[in-house]
Design a protein around this ligand. Sequence first.
Ligand code: ZN
Length: 83
Amino acid sequence: MPTYEYVCQECGHQLTVEQKMSDARLRDCPACGKPGLERQLSAGGFALKGSGWYVTDFKGGSKASKAEEPATAPCAGGACACH
Ligand SMILES: [Zn+2]
């Protein structure tokens, strides 16, 4: 379920709500009771408007291990009929 960030334009209260895409947006602020909530774009990896911080999300990393494939056995002299 996607998570939405709401910020109240009236009092600045922030909250995070899990909602389905089809759910109606919240409007009433639980802190001040006014219909001042504005939904932010998404959670994670974005700059919150007006608050001056941002999250940088690094995922994964470098894999240093290199798998060496076994060399194909060269033609073994005596038992091979190809020469
Ligand atoms: Zn509020």
